[in-house]
Design a protein around this ligand. Structure first.
Ligand code: PMP
Length: 362
């Protein structure tokens, strides 16, 4: 038979990000299913973003403005840097793909911690690179020293997910500065900050500040989490122009649609809504943590809109039991994490449903 695969990718399988709600409803005959498995914002976006997206629909016959200039300018104003230092993509995942497409050559080594967001491994393998996975420290924080020691002359990229998905941990700012100062110039550091808005430490320095200070880093951000726009797909990267140029070269011209751009622009304007949502998430995070601790479970301190929990039982089995009760969580096994789960902070009602389901299962 004629070979259709590109060499070295035939072993790759498409990533399936958890079970879709509709599929679970159909398979199990359930009327209501809640998903606390994908770190979405269950409160949804600002009503102003909804209005703006509805208004943008009438222009759907027109191609979108390809450089997303208006959105880049608004983001530039927010972060006090130039719009040339920003590229917008079809979600943060698209940005990760662009980085991989632009930078990873076959044989290049790409370092990141484990466990972390799966896309770094996928894009590395897809491009013929070699993933170098460094276990997190015992406290589940990304091991910057371990990453530093693993750099070789083949290292091309380092991904640091901060806050880290699925552990919710953040690296110490001073340690990150020291790390960035020691990384060789030939290596590009990507700080995936999809959950940066949830960091609950005052004066924490994020990748955008490092970009402004001239460090060779790319900061990745998204509208999928804090801004509640996961379904329309908008993410962006902030970096010096010389690091974004290769991304622009491989990006499809019209990859960000008009409706998504209208939603993102309006969401940025509604500062009060974002702040209210953050308070709500933090309140529920505290309540859910207390409940889980009262069940005798271990909960890692989280700087994101999810919790990393040692459920002290096999979570793939627990997942199935909870699914039959209409609640989806994310098991984190295998690799020493068989008893760990990642649970998105839901609405008050959703969290209550989870708590009650766990009580019934115990
Ligand atoms: N980075 C991290 C760390 C994530 O957790 C996610 C989403 N789960 C993404 C990137 C992708 O986000 P987006 O929806 O913007 O593609």
């Amino acid at each position: 038979m004629k070979k259709l695969w590109r060499d070295g990718v035939s072993h790759l399988t498409p990533y399936v990000p958890g079970k879709p709600i509709e599929e679970v409803k159909r398979e199990l005959g359930l009327d209501e299913v809640i998903r606390l498995a994908s770190n979405e914002n269950p409160m949804g976006p600002s009503p102003k973003a909804l209005e703006s997206m509805a208004a943008a629909v009438k222009d759907c016959w027109l191609y979108p403005e390809p450089s997303c200039l208006e959105l880049r300018e608004k983001l530039a104003e927010r972060y006090e840097l130039s719009a040339e230092k920003i590229i917008v993509g079809n979600g943060a995942d698209h940005i990760i793909t662009l980085i991989g497409n632009a930078y990873i050559n076959p044989g290049d080594e790409v370092i990141y911690c484990h466990p972390t967001f799966s896309s770094y491994r996928e894009i590395t393998l897809l491009m013929g690179g070699k993933p170098i996975e460094i276990p997190t420290r015992n406290d589940f924080v990304t091991d910057l020293k371990g990453i530093l020691h693993s750099i070789t002359n083949k290292t091309k990229l380092i991904f640091i997910c901060n806050p880290n998905n699925p552990t919710g941990t953040i690296v110490d700012t001073e340690e990150l500065v020291s790390f960035l100062n020691q990384v060789p110039e030939s290596v590009l550091v990507v700080l995936d900050e999809a959950y940066a808005e949830y960091i609950s430490v005052g004066h924490y320095r994020t990748g955008i500040e490092f970009v402004k200070e001239g460090y060779p880093v790319i900061s990745i951000r998204t509208f999928s989490k804090y801004f509640g726009l996961a379904g329309v797909r908008v993410g962006y990267a902030v970096a010096a122009e010389k690091y974004l140029k290769p991304l622009q070269a491989v990006k499809q011209t019209f990859s960000v649609n008009r409706i998504a751009m209208a939603g993102a622009l309006a969401a940025l304007d509604d500062i009060n809504y974002g702040e209210r949502m953050l308070l709500e998430v933090n309140k529920e995070k505290e309540r859910l943590t207390e409940q889980l601790l009262s069940f005798g479970l271990d909960v890692t301190d989280s700087h994101a809109n999810f919790l990393f929990v040692n459920m002290k039982r096999d979570t793939s089995e627990l997942f199935t039991k909870l699914m039959h009760k209409g609640v989806l969580i994310r098991p984190c096994g295998p690799w020493k994490l068989d008893t760990y789960a990642r649970i998105t902070i839901g609405t008050i009602q959703q969290n209550d449903t989870l708590i009650n389901a766990l009580k019934e299962i115990q």
